[in-house]
Structures are given as C-alpha cells and as structure tokens.
Design a protein around this ligand. Structure first.
Ligand SMILES: Nc1ncnc2c1ncn2[C@@H]1O[C@H](COP(=O)(O)OP(=O)(O)OP(=O)(O)O)[C@@H](O)[C@H]1O
Length: 352
C-alpha cells in the first residue's frame, strides 16, 4: 500500500492558475474524494498525480519519494475514466490482458490474474464479449477490472459514474467502495456529486477555484462545513443572522436569531453584541402542530417518497427550509411551530 503526499501543488495554464498550491496527505489504503464544481481543478490535480500533466510547482510523493519527474507509465497507477476508454476491438479478457502483456507478465499468471479480477467485478461469464455487447455499468466494471489487474499502487478515478443512470450510479458506488476496501488500495476519486463523495469516501477534499476549501470526513464536511460556500455545495442550508447575547465560557454562547434563542458552540472567540451567521440544515429542524417553538406558516411542500421538503415563513418574514419524514403531513397555509435542538446549529464566519 502506498501513501500519497501532495505539497503546495500548483498548475498554471499560461496566465491562468488551475490548481493553486494545494497540500493533501492521503494515507495507505485511504479513499479520498476531490469534490467541487466544474473547473475547480479536480481533474488537473488527478492528472498531475497520474503524470499525464506536468506540475508547475510543488511536490507529489508516493511513500516519501518525489514522482514529479517520473513518467506516467512508471508511476504504477490504475486509472478509470468517465468514458470507460475500453478497446472496442478487444474482448473483455483482451482488454484486461493488454496492460499485463505490456508488463511482460507470464501467460499462466496473466490468466490467473484476469480470472481473479473478473470474479471480483462479477463478470467471469463475460470474458469473451466485446465492449459493445455490454451495458454501461458492465463496461465501467471492466474499466475498473482493467485498472486493478495490473495491481497498481494507487487507483485514480475521474467521474467514473457520470455516464450511468441514477439507480446504477448508486449501486456502483457501493460496488466500487466494496472492491476498494477488499483490495485495500489507496484511491483518489474525482466527482462533482456531493452524495457520491459522501457515501464513498474516508475523507472529502472540497475544492473551489483551484484551492482546498475544506478537507475532512464526510460528516465533518456536512455537519461542520468551514464556510458558507462549502455548506451550500454539500447540501441545503438555512443561514440566519444572529446576535451574540451571552458569553458562557468554554466556547459556548447564547445567541438569538429569527428562530429564537439558542445556546451554540463555537471554536472562535465571539463577543457579546457581535452579529454572526447561524447555520442549520433543513433536517435539523422539527415541525410541531402546537406547543413551544417559533411560529411559522407552511408555504409549500414537496413529497419525494421517503422525505418531505417544506418551505415555511416565520412571522418575522424569514423563509426557512425544513425536511422531515412524511409521518405527519402539514398542509400549505397551516400554522405550525419550529423547534431546533441547539446542537443542530453551527456558527459560520460571515454575516448572511
Ligand atoms: N489543457 C488546458 N489548457 C488550458 N486550461 C485548462 C486545461 N485543462 C484545464 N484547464 C483549465 O483549468 C481549470 C481546471 O480544470 P479541471 O479540468 O481541472 O477542472 P475540474 O474541476 O476537473 O472540472 P470538471 O468537473 O468540469 O472536469 C479550468 O478553468 C479549465 O478550463
């Protein structure tokens, strides 16, 4: 297994900077996703790790050894792309054999390795088919098998599920993650799909404009996003201006927003009277028909089978999004009460 360490990595295309001094350490066998909007530098980073793109400055180390000047074919990397990139005139077995022949692996070992990896991706019975005789999901499993059969040090995947339909994409997330765990290979996965990054990764690196906005476990990123930009990119969020009323010590503060008073934790020292932005996810808010809570009116609701999405208006005018299980359905125009457990809030840096 291999540790990948990236230090102050930068890529300039002429006068435009695609990757701007990023540093990440990816542990042995770890699954790390690069997540961000189109053009944020994910693919460029992956290509530099693979050796398909020159580095403008910075270092890329595999197990401590700088590989910046090592050509792509000597980096021992398996890659899977969005468009499968299988050889159309070769069978599945032929596609898998190609990389092994290049490496001069003996015939008998080649047969064993192809059989083993085809079994892993559940395509043993399709060894003699051509890519055109396979579904999109099967072709992507062949692409994964082809990357793994060479037993690379590192697996790099660039939006491998982007061409598949929604249901298959969900199945393939679990499938790829299962195989990655079994093989224990260090993996970097590029996606702009937050759900994909969240469900598959040990850690997620959120990138904007060539820089790292936040790096953490999926729950860190979702529950404690470092900025408004990250919070919005990885899900829906309500942002509320709030004032700091009391400073209780040990990082706890009494605050008041349109959703009422709350006691919140904040790592940064806040001052009494300061205006902050309080954030809460739609599923962090509870709706009740009566009792304690902030009065609100249901404006609209959307039913998606397993969940209900509501938009509500507080008496003070602020609009709030709430997501609940559809056990009880609230009607449009209904007067309700909103309750937010204090631990569902977090404090953001900017004023909303
Ligand atoms: N060969 C190139 N020449 C010039 N600019 C490039 C080149 N490749 C990428 N860029 C620019 O670098 C920036 C980062 O591109 P990159 O492909 O890494 O983004 P990305 O996050 O992977 O986006 P996407 O999700 O759309 O693939 C973009 O502004 C892009 O236009």
């Amino acid at each position: 297994m291999t540790e990948v360490s990236i230090e102050r990595l930068t890529k300039d295309y002429g006068s435009s900077r695609a990757v701007d001094g990023i540093s990440i350490r990816i542990g042995e066998g770890e699954f790390v996703s690069l997540l961000g909007p189109s053009g944020c530098g994910k693919t460029t980073t992956l290509k530099m790790i693979a050796g398909f793109e020159d580095v403008s400055s910075g270092a890329i180390r595999f197990d401590g050894k700088d590989v910046v000047h090592v050509p792509a074919e000597k980096r021992d990397i398996g890659m899977v792309f969005q468009n499968y990139a299988l050889f159309p005139h070769m069978t599945v077995a032929g596609n898998l054999a190609f990389g092994l022949e290049m490496r001069k692996v003996p015939k008998a070992e080649m047969r064993d390795r192809i059989a083993k990896v085809l079994d892993m991706v559940q395509l043993s019975s399709h060894a003699d088919r051509y890519p055109r005789q396979l579904s999109g999901g099967q072709q992507q499993r062949v692409a994964l098998a082809r990357a793994l059969v060479i037993e690379p040090k590192i697996l790099l995947l660039d939006e491998p599920l982007a061409n598949l339909d929604a249901k298959l994409r969900e199945e393939m997330r679990v499938f790829i993650r299962d195989i990655q765990r079994r093989v224990g290979i260090t993996t970097v996965y590029v996606t702009h799909d937050q759900a994909e990054a969240m469900t598959m990764s040990d850690r997620v690196v959120v990138m904007f404009g060539g820089r790292i906005a936040q790096c953490g476990s999926p729950s860190d990123i979702y529950e404690r996003p470092a900025s408004t930009e990250v919070a919005k990119f990885v899900g829906q969020v309500n942002l509320l201006p709030a004032s700091v009323e009391t400073v209780s010590g040990n990082g706890r503060y009494g605050v008041t927003s349109a959703l009422g008073p709350a006691e919140v934790a904040c790592d940064r020292a806040l001052k009494q009277g300061e205006t902050i932005t309080l954030a809460v996810r739609p599923e962090g808010i509870e709706i009740a028909t009566s009792g304690e809570g902030t009065a609100a009116t249901v404006l609209s609701s959307y039913y998606s089978g397993s969940l209900m999405d509501y938009r509500l208006k507080l008496d003070a005018g602020t609009e709030i999004d709430v997501q609940t299980f559809p056990r009880h359905r609230f009607a449009d125009g209904e007067q309700v009460k909103l309750i937010v457990p204090s631990d569902r809030y977090w404090v953001l840096e900017a004023v909303a």
